[in-house]
Design a binder for this molecule. Sequence first.
Ligand code: 3PG
Length: 310
Amino acid sequence: MIAWKILITDGLNESGKMILQASAQVDDCTDIQPADLLRIVSRYEAMIVRGRTKVTADLLEAAKHLKVVGRAGVGVDNIDLQAAYSREITVVNAPFSTTLAVAELTLALLFNVARAIPKADQSMKKGQWIKKQLEGVELSGKTLGIIGLGNIGGAVAQRAQALGMTVLAYDIIALPSEEWARLVSLETLYAQSDFITIHVPLNEHTRGMINGAAMMSMKPGVRLICTARGGIIDESALLNNLKSGRIAAAGLDVFAQEPTGLTELIAHPNVITTPHIGAQTEEAQARAGVDIAEEVLRALSGEPLRWKVI
Ligand code: 3PG
């Protein structure tokens, strides 16, 4: 059996690692810095990343023996797919591993922007009792607009229906999750939704899609959630609309620049933030680890692939 050399750069769940170790030499260089990665990458036939590692054209050029990049998760916007394609490097991901974790975090942010739970908790920890300032809104009876009705958008739609919400969705393609939402135009979604949540990948079509003009066509007082990718929402337009009160609140797990540091947007009192923890559950990471380990080994062995990105 060939002992493949596989590099892990952003951590991998133990069960995934064990699958790899049965037929490969696995080097776990979690949190490796770009310059060090560039220096050692030529030693490996495969590398497994999460979102932190930027798999750039320069890195792929230095990766003389690389056959496969595995993304332990869904989004591949951190991988230069064009450069991988032209070097005949296969890219695989684990597209179903994190669906529930991200959908549940979206629901958590939805409840939090409706009831300002972090503000309530922070005030309690200061010994205050600001009950009168904490009048929120109910989700039941409200309209949720979902932009992107794929796996995650569909899981959110199903759960939102159970909460008694009217669910509208916009997608460029019709998907099976349609049973959980009424497909509408983006204009209708903006005009009718009390809450809007985004579940599209970041690409040239979606970068900056939620810009100032889009915000102006949303219902005044809308609450916005994004657990998809930073860069889809224009953050300075969002800050302006929060300041004017046109957008009542935002729940954000993802940012144009990560890590963020403390920005004016994050500090805004009506913004609830989390540090890109959508996929950060034990269950999602176990699934991502196993799925990507199996898929990377299949790719190295030339077996048929389930989740080939390119
Ligand atoms: C994904 O694309 O799978 C999620 O955004 C999680 O990304 P992460 O693995 O970098 O946390």
